[in-house]
Design a protein around this ligand. Structure first.
Ligand SMILES: Cc1cc2nc3c(=O)[nH]c(=O)nc-3n(C[C@H](O)[C@H](O)[C@H](O)COP(=O)(O)OP(=O)(O)OC[C@H]3O[C@@H](n4cnc5c(N)ncnc54)[C@H](O)[C@@H]3O)c2cc1C
Length: 507
């Protein structure tokens, strides 16, 4: 079978799904190829044993550390990509993140585009993903042309108490901006029930605005959009000139098939997009496609992430905990003249999650007690782009992730600051777990965009400098990542690239 399309998008996650959604009304023939299927809707979606202990929805693929040690990456191959299990805390990067920022471990480089270039697309993205939030309470909030589409999700009493106590201490706790389909005043009208199985669970009632629910399913309402699942793209072939992608090789339900298109968009997630480009090398592109700069796979960034479980005598009966954030230390700390990052609450840690974090083996009853008294935080600090942090692929397609975290001092500072505040609020026991690189939740970089083909992979429209019809529209394009969660920015970028396509289609 050899089918020709106008636009072929590889990967139906946040980037690819958004692009398909935005281009569907153009009437162009669009093919979306996704290696996974639909995530099964089943009771296990909300079962902590299935999610945390059995890792039911995670790929069983193995990736490798530089010394050859295999690891099991926390990636999820489904329609909707990793957003099927994401925490739905979608934030704009801050205006300053688009400029060069001096960090503890060096400069976070400026983007060749400004916050103003992204602002209209952030507004569209917030509408598409049904963002709830409260303008005006965040000291780091960038200028916004519109209010959030929905009001904030209210804190439950224990969290409101903590918010009030933090405010009394001079902080500015914010309502987290969340992509949930919820009507706080009339909960019967929308599916979100504010449950305790939100992140990192799939949503059984389809209330989480993930890329499948918000983008792919609406795109499929258009006859010109076709989705093929269980379609693993293994190679991109160029024409003889090496300037155009001529065909896309796909393992479709185990059978090799080829497709072609006027425009080919890679959107497999930062690591798999780099893999696909690197393993598609040929005579014209001996180091991999789009890789004349040698930068495909490099500048891999992950964020420095830590979970902090804080236990007090006071019980925490909160069901939906993920409503509060602290951004006061985003750009500097009380004694630190460098950015520290952001703090947010996570979903309520159940005892199964604590089992992973316990410093020693503990009986279930103890873990249940701790879970009933803990308030559970997530601390994020920027990871700076480094050439040596990279993805490599061998001839067999084996992925090796070379990543040494940097900027770890401000991360430690931020955790200490949070603990100091919480200690004064009566918390006495702290468990922290810093995520290893193997977690790969916020994989960013690998195909950075820029104006100069010698030091970037993509141009400002996310087209490969080296090829006329190849684009990359996932988290790969970020020149630096800030410390806000990345998905809203990559969704906004996909909407921006869609506008570029639309203007070309008109011309
Ligand atoms: C547990 C968890 C919690 C998270 N929480 C948040 C959060 O609260 N806020 C936030 O902003 N971000 C969060 N993230 C990160 C967020 O999920 C990612 O930023 C986002 O999904 C990245 O989008 P993407 O398009 O780059 O990749 P993905 O969304 O992963 O999409 C890539 C798609 O490509 C498919 N694919 C890969 N290779 C191929 C191939 N060769 N052929 C065909 N298809 C292929 C994959 O199956 C997948 O569907 C979280 C992630 C995880 C895992």
């Amino acid at each position: 079978m050899h089918n020709h399309y106008d636009i072929l998008i590889i990967g139906a996650g946040a980037g690819g799904g958004t692009l398909a959604y935005a281009l569907a009304p153009t009437g162009k023939r669009i093919l979306l190829l996704e290696r996974g299927g639909y995530l099964p809707r089943e009771k296990s979606n909300w079962d902590p044993d299935a999610v945390f202990l059995e890792q039911r929805y995670r790929t069983d693929e193995q990736w490798y550390q530089p010394d050859g040690t295999p690891f099991s990456p926390e990636v999820h191959y489904f329609v909707g990509g990793n957003t099927k299990v994401y925490g739905a805390a979608l934030q704009r990067m801050r205006q300053e993140d688009f400029g060069a920022l001096q960090h503890y471990d060096g400069i976070s480089p400026a983007w060749p585009l400004s916050y103003a270039d992204f602002e209209p697309y952030y507004t569209q993205a917030e509408s598409l993903f049904k963002i709830h939030g409260q303008r005006g309470e965040d000291p780091t909030e960038p200028p916004m042309s519109a209010d959030y589409p929905y009001g904030p999700l209210a804190h439950e009493p224990r969290i409101q108490q903590i918010a009030d106590q933090l405010s009394d201490r001079g902080l500015h706790p914010v309502h987290l901006t969340l992509a949930l389909n919820r009507d706080e005043a009339h909960p019967e009208k929308r599916p979100c029930i504010r449950c305790d199985t939100c992140d990192p669970y799939p949503c059984l009632v389809d209330a989480k605005c993930d890329a499948q629910i918000a983008c792919v399913d609406p795109a499929r309402q258009y006859e010109n959009v076709q989705l093929l699942t269980h379609a693993l793209v293994t190679r991109l072939d160029t024409d003889a000139s090496g300037k155009r992608i001529e065909q896309v090789e796909v393992q479709l339900n185990g059978q090799l098939q080829t497709f072609s298109a006027e425009i080919v968009v890679v959107s497999c997630g930062a690591i798999n997009s780099a893999k696909l480009l690197l393993q598609s090398g040929n005579d014209k592109h001996p180091n991999g496609l789009a890789n004349s700069s040698g930068l495909v796979g490099r500048n891999l960034m992950f964020h420095n992430h830590s979970a902090l479980i804080a236990v007090a005598d006071e019980p925490n009966p909160t069901v939906f905990q993920k409503t509060l954030g602290i951004h006061d230390y985003y750009f500097k700390g009380p004694t630190q003249d460098y950015p520290l990052g952001q703090i947010q609450l996570t979903g309520k840690a159940k005892w199964q999650r604590l089992q992973h974090m316990a410093p020693v083996e503990m009986p279930e009853a103890t873990l249940r007690y701790l879970s009933a008294h803990s308030v559970d935080w997530w601390v994020t600090t920027e990871d700076l782009p480094r050439l040596e942090n990279q993805v490599t692929v061998d001839r067999q397609g084996k992925i090796t992730v070379h990543h040494q975290p940097n900027n770890t001092q401000p991360h430690a500072d931020l955790i200490h600051l949070l603990e100091d505040h919480l200690r004064d609020l009566g918390f006495f026991l702290f468990w922290r777990k810093t995520m290893k690189s193997a977690v790969v939740w916020h994989q960013i970089g690998t195909c950075v965009l820029g104006e100069d083909p010698s030091n970037s992979v993509l141009d400002l429209n996310c087209r490969a400098h080296d090829l006329d019809n190849l684009y990359v529209v996932d988290a790969s394009f970020f020149p630096s990542m800030g410390a806000m969660n990345p998905t809203l920015t990559l969704v906004a970028n996909a909407l921006r690239v869609a506008d570029h396509f639309k203007s070309q289609l008109k011309g």
